[in-house]
Design a protein. Structure first.
Length: 343
């Protein structure tokens, strides 16, 4: 009798399956289309800027000139994970955890996700002590908010130029589980520049001041007797002729200057072709007294404040010469140059 032995060999195959991604409660900050590119560690560079919003801002920034400074802003994205619970709600808040060294010159602002974040009135100032709501969401979503930097007018003792840095912390809270996650954004300013700007404007009841590459003013038809002045002109008697007078506005603006006052001067840089018949004059009042504007600078004021509006009167003297060397009829023009200087 033979015994038989059955040998059974069992092969065990161990199959390693890919691990399912773990859900988590997490906030992620990232760049938004057409916004500032966030660098490593969520660093936002605002580059070189100024309180008058003059010049092109850094890539991804939008600059808005305001009546009391300038706002530079950028969109950015917040991605919210709630451990896979799309029925949960979450709140994101922001607070300044590292303030600028010069907080009078730089004011961090935030725009919440429920607004377009393209207008200055949609931004509010961030605090170092109180949280500001950035987002209220339902479920796991990616939303867009706005980060702004307001540069208020600073002249005199609070003036500052140069670079600075700050940090804001954004905390996402799952309102159902109570779990939180915090991320930061570091804001860097390469250079805050001082800036000056002088504009001319139309005064009530005066000739229209138009602007293109330069400003222009048209006195229309004039004569040595002051007959039939155009709208916006009044006539003032003068020895040897008549003065056509019109009000206009000088509007200086300057930021981050050591002085709170500025000087404005006017110079005649191109004279009329017929200077014996036509002369330009400056005055503080409609009726004068008028001072002839020449190639030598005339000081209009030494105490012009930023964002002020100064009414001056430009007078065009027209001679009543007959049959003399200066006799002339026809068109003519001259150029005045205004200079704003801040000490």
């Amino acid at each position: 009798m033979f015994s038989k032995t059955a040998l059974i060999i069992l092969f065990l195959a161990v199959l390693t399956l890919p691990r399912r991604a773990e859900s988590q409660t997490k906030l992620t900050i990232s760049s938004a289309p057409r916004g500032v590119v966030l660098g490593a560690g969520n660093t936002a560079s605002f580059g070189t800027l100024n309180g008058l919003a003059i010049g092109a801002p850094a890539a991804g920034l939008t600059a808005i000139a305001l009546t009391n400074g300038a706002l530079y802003f950028t969109p950015y994205r917040l991605t919210i994970q709630l451990n896979g619970n799309n029925s949960h709600t979450a709140t994101v808040t922001a607070i300044i955890t590292n303030q600028f060294t010069h907080p009078a010159a730089f004011v961090l602002q935030s725009c919440p996700t429920n607004l377009s974040c393209t207008a200055a009135n949609q931004y509010s100032t961030l605090s170092t002590t109180t949280n500001t709501t950035v987002a209220n969401v339902v479920g796991e979503v990616t939303v867009t908010a706005g980060l702004g930097l307001f540069l208020p007018d600073n002249n005199g003792g609070t003036a500052f130029t140069g670079g600075d840095t700050a940090r804001i912390s954004l905390t996402m809270t799952d309102n159902n589980s109570g779990k939180t996650d915090t991320q930061t954004i570091d804001i860097t300013v390469t250079n805050l520049q001082n800036a000056v700007r002088l504009t001319l404007g139309t005064a009530a009841g005066g000739l229209a001041v138009t602007s293109a590459a330069d400003y222009s003013m048209n006195f229309g038809n004039v004569n040595g007797l002051g007959i039939g002045p155009a709208a916006g002109l009044t006539t003032v008697a003068a020895a040897g002729g008549i003065i056509y007078s019109t009000p206009y506005l000088l509007q200086p603006a300057f930021t981050d200057q050591s002085s709170a006052n500025s000087t404005i001067k006017v110079t005649r840089t191109t004279n009329f072709a017929h200077p014996a018949v036509l002369q330009l004059n400056d005055a503080a009042a409609s009726g004068g007294p008028f001072t002839q504007i020449t190639a030598a600078p005339i000081t209009i004021t030494t105490t012009a404040a930023s964002r002020s509006s100064i009414t001056r009167f430009l007078g065009l003297f027209v001679s009543n010469t007959n049959n003399g060397v200066g006799f002339f009829t026809g068109a003519d023009s001259a150029t005045l140059t205004f200079t704003l200087t801040v000490p």
